[in-house]
Design a protein around this ligand. Structure first.
Ligand code: SAM
Length: 369
């Protein structure tokens, strides 16, 4: 809070929300992802799909296997690997499918999570004989294979805007006696240009989010991929779903000990903050970066098209009947429409000549983007 207050004072009393979010989540040693909070899993603040069930990683591995089989010396690069369980589950499933990558690399901004990932994954690397490496920056040398990012786009800092009485306004952050507060200011030229490009048709009172770094992030992450696929999984949807008039207060959400709310100014640095992903914009940025959009579907359809039932059945092998019931219940949450099945989407992007990928063959909603 002291750091953020100092930044606000130095900036003349107001900072854009994206600057506040970047500090609250990533300020070295202080931000939510840069300090010691437990974060993921049952004992943390939120549960992601790979934390719920190994079936998620096994299905992703089935999709990776299809891509890797077409890439001599193919690799996997995972961005934002959380506790490392997705890397473990993907590699173990690829070993069973006989399609291990030549190496698995992880790009992780959080030093604290990187330590947890290393503790979990070093034995996996030894057991499977696959090098697992951590990167400090996006690799410069080109490679072929797969780039994975589960729930990373939603963690990129967003700006907030609304159409106020005096036109387009940026909803930023000011410092009050008792804490931090929302404060509207006329939008600058950059925000005007960005919002105009979205071509929204919205009610005047609606507040929305916009991720200023998304296009540059995507193009930088995809740059070294010479042949293969990028799989981006996150909550969000096509633009008309994300910027819907019924979402009067946008899609910003905070998570603390599994409680979801929309006040970013409490427990600053101790709670997660996310916003829905506008997948139409991600697809536009991908095309600008020279990638192909090979498919867009719900998490449920993506997992079902990647042998979800087969991977659930495999949970029975060597497990006690009571455990099997728990495992199957958890796996079911990945695909139920009221849980993660429909809110989460998967966007498939490709470099090279790919006409389709198996994960999008059951249902492809690319036309809705
Ligand atoms: C919500 S967690 C998801 C973790 C994991 N993928 C999962 O599904 O459990 C977001 C992850 O992205 C990382 N992250 C956030 N911004 C990043 C960036 N710009 N580059 C790489 N990792 C990032 C965070 O440190 C964290 O590991």
């Amino acid at each position: 809070m002291a750091l953020i207050r100092a930044r606000i004072a130095r900036a003349g009393g107001w900072i854009p929300f994206s600057q506040f979010m970047a500090l609250a989540l990533y300020a070295p040693g202080l931000g939510y992802y840069a300090a010691g909070a437990h974060k993921l899993g049952r004992g943390g603040d939120f549960v992601t799909a790979p934390e719920l069930s190994p079936v998620f990683g096994a299905c992703l591995a089935t999709q990776c296997a299809e891509v890797l089989s077409a890439c001599p010396a193919g690799e996997i690069l995972e961005v934002g690997a959380g506790s490392g369980v997705l890397a473990r589950d993907v590699l173990q499933a690829l070993a069973r499918q006989g399609q291990l990558p030549t190496r698995y690399r992880i790009l992780e901004t959080s030093p604290d999570l990187r330590e947890r990932q290393q503790a979990l994954l070093d034995p996996v690397a030894r057991e499977l004989g696959v090098p697992i490496e951590w990167l400090d920056q996006i690799p410069e040398q080109s490679f072929s294979g797969v780039i994975l990012a589960n729930e990373v786009l939603d963690a990129l800092p967003v700006d907030r805007f609304r159409h106020g009485p005096s036109g387009l306004e940026a909803m930023g952050v000011s410092s009050e006696d008792v804490g931090l507060a929302w404060c509207a200011k006329p939008a600058d030229q950059a925000l005007h240009t960005a919002v105009t490009a979205l071509e929204l048709d919205l009610d005047l009172e609606v507040t929305c989010e916009y991720c200023p770094s998304m296009s540059a992030w995507l193009s930088a992450i995809a740059a070294p991929l010479s042949f293969g696929a990028l799989l981006l999984i996150d909550y969000g949807g096509a633009r008309r779903e994300v910027y819907h008039p019924s979402r009067v207060d946008g899609t910003l959400s905070c998570f603390h000990r599994h409680l979801q709310h929309n006040d970013p100014f409490t427990r600053v640095g101790l709670q997660d903050m996310t916003a829905w992903v506008d997948f139409t914009r991600v697809a536009e940025a991908a095309i600008e970066a020279g990638l192909g959009v090979v498919g867009f579907t719900t998490q449920a359809h993506f997992l079902l098209a990647n042998d979800f039932e087969g991977h659930v059945a495999a949970l029975h092998e060597g497990a006690r009947p009571d455990d099997v019931v728990d495992h199957v219940r958890a796996a079911r949450r990945l695909v139920l429409p009221t849980e993660m099945g429909e809110r989460f989407k998967c966007l498939g992007l490709t470099r090279g000549d790919w006409s389709s990928l198996r994960g999008f063959k059951l249902r492809d909603f690319t036309h809705t983007l």
